[in-house]
Write a protein that binds this ligand. Structure first.
Ligand code: SF4
Length: 710
C-alpha cells in the first residue's frame, strides 16, 4: 500500500509534554491539554482557556479513548463483486472512487453526485469540501448535517438581524444578565461546563427561566420552569409579549429607534392573552404572567433558544417569536443582554459559514449573489460560470437519492446519516438505492456499513485546523499525533481525489495552514469575515471572534451594539402565529414524541458509543414517560416500551418519571438499529430553513413484544 501523503507535520513534543487543543465534541469547544502517547494518552484540564476555565464534561475527559480504539479503520475498504467490503490500497480506492464519480456524472449529469458534510468538520475541511463539490465535481448538490441542527436559528437571525452568529455576545456576559429565558435547551446535561456561567448569574442575584416539556436537569435548576406542550413555542413567546405590552414593560424608545415592524407584531400578539396561552401551551396562566414580569422588570435580559423550538416544522417562526421578545425588551445589542441560539455540534457555527450549505459560499455569502460569485471565482481561479448555483438542502438531497430522485452517488464526510436523519428507515432505503456511496469516517458507522467505498480518516488530535465555537470565537485545533498507519486526513482525501478528477492545480496545499489562509481570503468582505485571522494570531490570543476584517482588528465579541447589518441598520420584527405540529395526536397515536441528548453520548454515537466510560454511564437508549401515561399503556419503570409512529417502531428501556408532561414521551437519539429514535421522527420540514420536525410527532406506546408475552 502506498504510504499516506500527509500535508501536515507534527509539533515537536517530548513524552512528558502536553499540547493545548480542544475537545472534539460539542460547540462549547472546551480547552484541554493532551499528554502522553498511544494508549497512555491523557486529557488534562486547561484552566487558562477562558470558555471552560478547566471544566470538562465526561465526554471531554474520555475523548482520548477514541484515538487508539480497536474499531478504528486502518485501510480503505471497497465493496467487491460478492458484496463484501474488502481492504484496498489508497491508490486503488481513490482511483476507483474518482472513476466511478466520473462515470455517474458522465451518464447522469454533474448534479447526479451529491456531497454531504458535517457540523463537526474543522473550518478548513468544511471550506475544502465546499470547494471540492463546486470546483472538483462541479455539482450544486452539497449540504450537511448542520441543516438538522442550526438552520432554523440561522434563518431567523438572518431575517431579524441581517446576520446569524449563534451567540452575538461572549459567554462572559451571561452572569450579568438579570433574567435569562432559555427555551428548549438542557445545557446542564449536554454541555455541563457552561453551567458555571448560570451559577455565576445566580450568585449575582439573577433569575433563570426554562421552557421545556421536561423538567430537565437544567429546568430543575431554574427559578421558574414553563413545561410547555411540544410545538407550542410561538404561542408561549407571543403570550409573554402580550403581557409585556399589556403591562407597559416594553422598550418603546428602542423599538422606535432600532427596529421595524412592531405594529404587526403588536396586533398579532393581542390574540395571545394568558388564559388562551395556557390552553395552547399547557403552561399555567400565572406562570406566563410571572415569566413576563421577570423579563420585563429586569434591567438586562437574555433570551436563549436551543433545538427545542428550532427543530420543528415551525422552527423559524418559533425562533422569530423569541427574537420578537428580545427586540421588544430592547435587549439586542445592549450590554449583558440579547438574543442567542446555543449551537450544538462542535463546529456547528464555522461549519455553516464556509460553503457546505446548499445555498452558500465561504464567508456566509449567498451563492446567488453575483459579487460573491465573482470573488470566489477569483479565489478559486475558475470562471464564474463554472460555479454551480444553489443545490438541494439536506432533506431534499436525501429524498432524491437513487434513480427516481436523480442523485445517483453520494460522498459523505463526517456524518452518520442513517442514525441522525429523520425517518431513518426511509433514508436507509434511499442510500441503498444509490449507484455509489462513498463514506469518509474513522469508524465503520451505520452509514459506512452501507457504503461502496469507505475511506479511513484521521481524528481530531491527528490534524491541524480551526473550529468556531458557539460564541463565534475562532480557535485552534492542534495535531498532536500522526494518524495511524493506513489512515489519511480529510484534507489529504479531498486533495487526492480532486487531483484524480483533474483539479490538482486548484487543490495543491502544503498544510492546513495554507487552506486556512485561502479560507481567510475567501471570506474577505463577507458577513463572516476571517481575513484578519492567522494560525499565529489564534495561537497567541486564545481565539478571536469574527468578524475580524484586518490583522490589526481586535475581533468582534459583541455584535449589533450600534446598528444591525441590514440596509437601514435596523432589526426586523416578524409577526408569527401559533401553528399545530404537522402530526397531531389522535386515538391511534395519542402521545407526543420528542427527542434529545444525554450527557454521556454525542450526536449519532459513532464515537461515544465506543467509549467504555461513557457506555457505563449510558449503555442504551432510555425513554421517559410520566407515570399516568405509563400506567395507561400498562408499562412499568425499568421494563421495555415499544414506540410506534407512522414511520416505524423502536424499543427502549423505560424510565417512569414525573419530570415529563403526561402527554409526552422523550427518547435520546444517539443510537441506531432497534433503538433508533429517528426511525420514529417525522421528516416534515420547516418551509424556510428545511429543518426537519425532530421535536414532535404523534406516537403510540405499548409493552415490548417479548414482555407483552410474559
Ligand atoms: Fe467537550 Fe462539550 Fe463536554 Fe466541553 S461540554 S468537554 S466541549 S462535550
Amino acid at each position: 500500500m502506498t504510504a499516506p501523503q500527509s500535508m501536515e507535520s507534527l509539533p515537536t513534543i517530548g513524552p512528558t509534554d502536553s499540547v493545548a487543543t480542544h475537545c472534539p465534541y460539542c460547540a462549547l469547544q472546551c480547552g484541554m491539554y493532551l499528554a502522553g502517547r498511544g494508549a497512555a494518552t491523557r486529557v488534562l484540564a486547561n484552566a487558562e482557556f477562558p470558555v471552560n476555565a478547566g471544566g470538562l464534561c465526561v465526554k471531554g475527559w474520555s475523548a482520548a479513548a477514541t484515538l487508539t480504539h480497536a474499531d478504528r479503520l486502518r485501510s480503505p475498504l471497497v465493496r467487491d463483486g460478492h458484496g463484501a467490503l474488502v481492504p484496498a490500497t489508497w491508490d486503488a480506492a481513490l482511483e476507483h472512487t474518482a472513476r466511478r464519480l466520473e462515470d455517474v456524472q458522465r451518464q447522469h449529469g454533474r448534479d447526479a453526485v451529491g456531497v454531504f458534510g458535517g457540523g463537526s468538520l474543522t473550518n478548513e475541511k468544511a471550506y475544502l469540501l465546499g470547494k471540492f463539490a463546486r470546483v472538483a465535481l462541479g455539482t450544486a448538490n452539497i449540504d450537511y448535517n448542520g441543516r438538522f441542527c442550526m438552520s432554523s436559528a440561522a434563518a431567523a437571525a438572518s431575517k431579524a438581524f441581517g446576520l446569524d452568529r449563534g451567540l452575538p455576545f461572549p459567554l462572559e456576559d451571561l452572569p450579568r444578565a438579570k433574567t435569562i429565558l432559555l427555551a428548549g435547551g438542557n445545557v446542564a446535561e449536554t454541555m455541563p461546563p457552561i453551567m458555571r456561567y448560570f451559577e455565576a448569574q445566580q450568585v449575582e442575584g439573577g433569575t433563570l427561566i426554562v421552557a421545556d416539556p421536561r423538567r430537565s436537569a437544567t429546568a430543575q435548576w431554574a427559578r421558574l420552569h414553563l413545561p410547555l406542550k411540544p410545538s407550542s413555542d410561538t404561542a408561549l413567546a407571543n403570550g409573554l409579549l402580550h403581557v409585556l405590552i399589556r403591562d407597559r414593560l416594553i422598550a418603546d424608545d428602542y423599538i422606535a429607534a432600532r427596529t421595524h415592524g412592531f405594529d404587526d407584531v403588536r396586533r398579532t400578539v393581542a390574540a395571545y392573552w394568558p388564559e388562551r396561552v395556557e390552553r395552547l401551551t399547557g403552561v399555567r396562566e400565572a406562570d406566563v404572567v410571572e415569566a413576563a414580569h421577570l423579563l420585563g422588570r429586569a434591567p438586562s435580559v437574555m433570551i436563549l433558544t436551543a433545538r427545542g423550538p428550532e427543530q420543528q416544522s415551525q422552527g423559524v417562526n418559533n425562533t422569530l417569536a423569541y427574537i420578537n421578545l428580545a427586540l421588544a425588551l430592547g435587549a439586542v445589542g445592549k450590554p449583558f443582554s440579547g438574543y442567542g441560539s446555543l449551537t450544538g455540534q462542535g463546529n456547528g457555527q464555522g461549519g455553516r459559514e464556509h460553503g457546505q450549505k446548499a445555498d452558500q459560499l465561504p464567508g456566509y455569502r449567498r451563492i446567488d449573489d453575483p459579487v460573491a460569485r465573482r470573488h470566489m471565482a477569483d479565489v478559486w481561479d475558475v470562471p464564474e460560470a463554472a460555479i454551480p448555483g444553489p443545490g438541494k438542502p439536506a432533506p431534499e438531497l436525501l429524498e432524491d437519492l437513487g434513480p427516481d430522485g436523480g442523485v445517483r452517488a453520494l460522498f459523505v464526510m463526517g456524518s452518520n446519516i442513517v442514525v441522525s436523519a429523520p425517518d431513518a428507515l426511509r433514508v436507509e432505503r434511499r442510500l441503498k438505492a444509490l449507484d455509489l456511496l462513498v463514506v469518509v469516517d474513522f469508524f465503520l458507522s451505520e452509514t459506512a456499513q452501507l457504503a461502496d467505498v469507505v475511506l479511513p480518516s484521521a481524528q481530531w488530535a491527528e490534524e491541524d485546523g480551526t473550529m468556531t465555537n458557539l460564541e463565534g470565537r475562532v480557535i485552534r485545533r492542534r495535531r498532536v499525533f500522526d494518524p495511524p498507519d493506513g489512515v489519511r486526513t480529510d484534507l489529504d482525501v479531498l486533495t487526492g481525489l480532486a487531483a484524480r478528477l483533474g483539479r490538482r492545480r486548484q487543490f495543491t496545499y502544503h498544510s492546513s495552514r495554507d487552506v486556512f489562509e485561502e479560507l481567510c481570503r475567501a471570506t474577505q468582505g463577507g458577513p463572516a469575515d476571517y481575513s484578519g485571522l492567522s494560525y499565529d494570531r489564534l495561537d497567541a490570543e486564545d481565539g478571536v471572534h469574527w468578524p475580524c476584517p484586518a490583522a490589526t482588528h481586535p475581533g468582534t465579541p459583541r455584535l449589533f451594539t450600534s446598528r444591525f447589518p441590514t440596509p437601514d441598520g435596523r432589526a426586523r420584527f416578524h409577526a408569527v402565529a401559533h401553528q399545530p405540529p404537522v402530526e397531531e395526536c389522535d386515538e391511534e397515536y395519542p402521545l407526543h414524541l420528542t427527542t434529545g441528548r444525554v450527557m454521556a453520548q454525542y450526536q449519532s454515537g459513532t464515537q461515544t458509543r465506543r467509549i467504555e466510560a461513557l457506555q457505563d454511564l449510558a449503555p442504551e437508549a432510555v425513554a421517559e414517560m410520566h407515570p399516568t401515561a405509563a400506567h395507561l399503556a400498562g408499562l412499568r419503570d425499568g421494563g421495555h416500551v415499544t414506540l410506534a409512529t407512522r414511520r416505524g417502531t423502536a424499543t427502549f428501556r423505560l424510565k417512569v418519571t414525573r419530570s415529563i408532561r403526561e402527554d409526552t414521551v422523550f427518547v435520546p437519539f444517539h443510537w441506531g438499529g432497534d433503538q433508533s429514535a429517528n426511525r420514529l421522527t417525522n421528516g416534515a420540514v420547516d418551509p424556510i430553513s428545511k429543518m426537519p420536525e425532530f421535536k414532535v410527532c404523534a406516537v403510540r406506546a405499548s409493552r415490548a413484544p417479548e414482555e407483552a408475552a410474559e
